[in-house]
Design a binder for this molecule. Sequence first.
Ligand code: ADP
Length: 165
Amino acid sequence: MNRNIAIYPGSFDPITIGHMDIIQRASRLYRRVVVAVLRNPDKRSCFTAEERVDMIERCCANLMNVEAVAFDGLTVDLARAQGATVMLRGLRAAGDFEAERTLAQLNQRLAPELETVLLIGRPEHSAISSSAARELASYGQSLQGIVPDEVVKQVLAHFHPASHS
Ligand code: ADP
């Protein structure tokens, strides 16, 4: 296993099985993986940063070298504070590439010592996103196979509190 610490930043609003796959693979590659939940003060999130951190922690309870933290500000500052040398991101499909390239090149300027590593998502996860999970949940559809089993109930309950109490 690589001795580096990796930071995996994102909104995780909520965590999906696509995110989980990236986290599991990263946990085998790096000594420590810090999942960094962006607070997004100007982009309204469905779940609070604390709820998102809690959901990730429950899903990753058996991954001993993975932890979740909430953050605001620049990701490179958090990476430095955590001693991370790798910034992980996931690529679902070609459409993700441009945004990830821009972000990676911006971060190269801000923190040349931090390497962005892009992990390619599995083909069966290419249509899975947090926004798809929120959309399905808002219509009361099943979230099985979209978000990890540990959080299915909580995500559905957010949209339909009466039927999942
Ligand atoms: P952001 O709002 O920063 O894009 P997300 O929570 O949507 O945060 O995603 C965090 C990271 O995980 C991004 O790099 C994104 O491309 C990646 N990701 C999201 N869904 C998947 C998936 N199904 N397969 C692989 N990577 C994914």
